[in-house]
Design a protein around this ligand. Structure first.
Ligand SMILES: *Cc1c(COP(=O)(O)O)cnc(C)c1O
Length: 428
């Protein structure tokens, strides 16, 4: 049995200790020793095995190639950051002037002012903006500041569960606001709202049903009409589009909603906007100011890394979610052809096939995005998930589809390497 101190002294493992810390290296060494004990590993290979088992970074979170065809995949961390946002996070990771005036007074300054200015600039229809931890936090803050101990009027067609058992009505009720439900599941009219509005009304809330679509005998009241009722109107648009998007004509956006008369818009930053997890609040100056100065705001504030990534997302090049949304089907098909051809040449059973990608939990539930995939035997799904990087596709019958709309083009070589590493076939 190779001794622990001997293994830890191995130059490569000692180097890994300095990079990742001793805990992870010791754990990998102990695992390798255990496998030697079980007869599953030759003693002279223990150091190598420990080294191979080490993660690239000191986190148990593993990088994944999202080949699911679901652009905003909540279980895979929603929007991947753009390289510019990653760089911004790196720049802000040490001491930084997030709340400090370097050029002028040399004293405290407004927290995250650069990010807030970028957001305000992106949506001129907003008089003021604020950023919190996520959209759920934005709703909690709005409900608390505008309607605690009072009433929030909401349509029965918009009482949504946003995922993993989180129900918007319960979230809102937890703030101490009373929900007044109006209309029916499929139809709500302006009159339904008008009838219940009174001195106890804190706000009206319109929620975009972002993960389902009602069709048939349905009607809901547009923002422009709700805005005539003379009560603060909060519009939760969900997906975080700041302006209308050509590929998603039915998806609400902040600019249009504010122009139509919403007093406050709330949205997620890590869905279609393609940024870090954050909640955006945009709208009337007096309302944003009330929210910003509410004691609860301190508990919901975002950290400097989020502020950095959000600003780079707003100002920088198109983030991956936007690129995936706009990728041309012909280009995707050409990439699938090239990958399948390369795999076939190496003896792997691969075929290019048409596919349909989705926006995902992030919005546009009814929209299918024409796409292209590489089809592999379904038996490769598990080994690909266990690979480095892990690759997650979509199993369809006896085939595993690797959908390229959710894979940035520059990752094609990585994807090819990952498949070749696990597929039975001839090795080059
Ligand atoms: C996603 C979503 C939320 C929750 O947003 P988080 O950023 O995940 O907290 C709330 N409302 C709607 C309409 C959504 O689509």
């Amino acid at each position: 049995m190779p001794r622990t101190d001997v293994l830890l002294a191995d130059a490569r493992l000692a180097d890994a200790s300095r990079r990742l810390g001793r805990t992870l290296v010791r754990r990998a060494v102990a695992d390798a020793q255990q496998r030697v004990r079980e007869g599953a590993l030759a003693p002279e290979r223990a150091a190598e095995a420990a080294l191979a088992a080490l993660p690239e970074a000191a986190t148990s979170l593993r990088p994944v190639v999202n080949a699911t065809g679901v652009l905003v995949h909540t279980n895979l961390g929603r929007a991947p950051l753009s390289p510019a946002a990653v760089e911004a996070v790196r720049a802000a990771s040490g001491p930084t002037d997030v709340e400090f005036d370097l050029a002028g007074s040399g004293r405290r300054a407004r927290r995250g002012r650069g990010t807030l200015a970028a957001l305000a600039e992106a949506v001129p229809a907003a008089e003021a903006v604020h950023v919190v931890n996520n959209n759920a936090a934005a709703l909690v803050l709005a409900a608390t500041a505008l309607a605690q101990g009072r009433e929030i009027v909401i349509s029965r067609g918009e009482l949504v569960e946003i995922g993993d058992g989180f129900r918007l009505p319960e979230l809102l009720a937890s703030t101490g606001a009373r929900l007044v439900e109006v209309g029916t599941t499929n139809r709500t009219h302006l009159d339904d709202y008008a009838r219940v509005i009174g001195p106890d009304t804190g706000c009206l809330l319109k929620v975009h049903p972002s993960n389902f679509a009602l069709t048939g005998f349905v009607s809901s009241v547009p923002v422009a009409q709700l805005a005539t009722l003379g009560v603060p109107l909060v519009h939760d648009i969900g997906s975080g589009l700041l302006r209308p998007h050509p590929a998603l004509p039915d998806e609400p956006d902040a600019a249009t909603s504010l122009t139509a008369g919403a007093d406050l818009v709330t949205a997620s930053a890590d869905k279609l906007l393609g940024g870090p997890q954050a909640g955006l609040l945009l709208g009337r100056r007096d309302l944003v100011e009330r929210l910003r100065t509410h004691p609860l705001a301190r508990a919901l504030r975002v950290d400097k890394l989020t502020l950095a990534a959000l600003e780079a997302t707003l100002l920088g090049p198109q983030p991956p979610v936007q690129q995936g949304l706009l990728a041309g089907p012909a280009k995707l098909a050409a990439r699938a052809d090239a990958l399948a051809k390369e795999l076939t040449a190496r003896g792997v059973a691969a075929e290019p096939v048409p596919s349909e990608a989705r926006v995902g939990g992030g919005g546009a539930p009814g929209v299918a995005l024409p796409s292209a995939a590489v089809a592999l035997p379904a038996g490769l799904a598990a080994p690909l998930r266990a690979g480095r990087p892990a690759v997650v596709g979509r199993v369809h019958g006896d085939r595993l589809l690797l959908d390229l709309r959710t894979v940035p083009e520059e990752d094609d070589a990585t994807l090819l390497g990952a498949v070749l590493a696990v597929a039975p076939g001839e090795r080059a």
